[in-house]
Design a protein around this ligand. Structure first.
Ligand SMILES: *Cc1c(COP(=O)(O)O)cnc(C)c1O
Length: 356
């Protein structure tokens, strides 16, 4: 297919999802809890009468109203729904793409920013974070001046580093940006910090969230909130039936009881604190504070630790090799209390096999 498929696509390797059968799965920032029996029963009953022979509602107003209420989206902001926030990133790229246009973010950050820029045939500029993972004010402002990006992404908290960036520097980016600035709040359930309340005070600020990390990763629902004139343009690029009837039904039912997932996430935050404290005490481990549902940590030999954990039935994410700042790092998702202690036992065992 040499001449047909674009060169920049042919050199990519497909997004790799490792097999996790039979493993303690702490690699993908999933909520480890299931729904309570009453809610599952309610879903089953609704499933029975669901019109799966019909196309889904192409503009589910009730669902958007529920999202606005549950998520604290300002009243005058508009909402775009995506099949996961990944689809929204793609819609944004399609909307701003012109020959030579740049998507700007920081590195290391969420890999889909770069990947979707490549898919869309756009330039990607990732301004390196400072060694402490904070935002480099001068580097960012200089890159904005140089590349005039129509689209900037800042993940807040950032993935894979787990920190929230300095708000003053984010504000400086908002002031300097010539185009859209998307604050990606995929990890909003695990931090009180948010840019949602600043929406509409900046004409080009957009806040993107997803239900994935909250507890509905299997459902694939992300949304973008922002000023109506921008959202209305983006709506034109959204494929008409991108949110299935199944997805819409599950989200309606689950968000009618927002306390369920909220309490699960509260538990995850408590357990993150405990996991961090233990992890940080282990000799040879440097753990980085996190506002998300995962913890990044550094060891001397990340490949050996990754393999050792895997051999003991624990799957986490290896990040070394992805970026110089990530040398020696691994990322563990906060699981149930039991999963976290299984992970810690396996980690101790891997680091000091003589103890067992
Ligand atoms: C997980 C993640 C997403 C993707 O969310 P989906 O809605 O599942 O596509 C987006 N942004 C960041 C920073 C993430 O970590």
């Amino acid at each position: 297919m040499g001449g047909v498929i674009r060169e920049e696509i042919r050199v990519l390797s497909a997004y790799h999802v490792p097999s996790s059968a039979g493993m303690v799965k702490l690699d993908a920032m999933e909520n480890p809890y299931t729904l309570p029996p009453a809610l599952r029963q309610a879903l089953a009953l609704r499933m029975e009468n669901l019109a799966i022979n019909r196309y889904p509602d192409a503009n589910p107003l009730q669902l958007k109203a529920t999202l606005k209420q549950v998520m604290g989206i300002p009243e005058h902001a508009e909402v775009l729904l995506g099949n996961g926030s990944d689809e929204i990133i793609q819609i944004l790229a399609l909307a701003v793409n012109r020959p030579g246009a740049t998507i700007l973010s920081v590195d290391p950050s969420f890999v889909m920013f770069r990947m979707i820029a490549t898919f869309a045939g756009m330039k990607y500029v990732g301004v390196p974070l400072n060694p402490d993972f904070s935002l480099p004010r001068d580097g960012l402002l200089q890159a904005i001046a140089q590349h005039q990006p129509p689209l900037i992404f800042l993940a807040y908290p950032n993935n894979p580093t787990g920190n929230c960036f300095d708000e003053d520097v984010m504000e400086a980016v908002l002031q300097a940006a010539p185009g859209l600035v998307v604050v990606d709040e995929a990890y909003f359930p695990f931090t009180p910090q948010s840019f949602m309340h600043r929406l509409l005070s900046h004409p080009r600020l957009l806040v993107m969230r997803t239900l994935s990390k909250l507890g509905l990763a299997g459902v694939r629902l992300g949304f973008l909130s922002g000023p109506a004139p921008i959202i209305h343009e983006l709506e034109k690029l959204r494929l008409p039936y991108n949110i299935s009837v199944l997805d819409q039904m599950v989200v309606e039912e689950v968000l009618a009881h927002p306390e369920v997932l909220r309490e699960q996430c509260h538990q995850i935050v408590q357990d993150r604190k405990k996991l961090f404290e233990v992890l940080a005490q282990i000799p040879g481990v440097e753990a980085f504070p996190s506002q998300a549902n995962f913890i990044l940590f550094r060891v001397r030999d990340a490949q050996a630790v990754f393999d050792g954990l895997k051999a003991r039935g624990i799957l986490i994410k290896k990040l070394c090799g992805a970026h110089p700042l990530l040398t020696g790092t691994l990322r563990v998702t906060v699981g149930t209390a039991l999963e976290n202690s299984q992970f810690l036992d396996a980690l101790n065992d891997t680091l000091q096999p003589s103890h067992s």
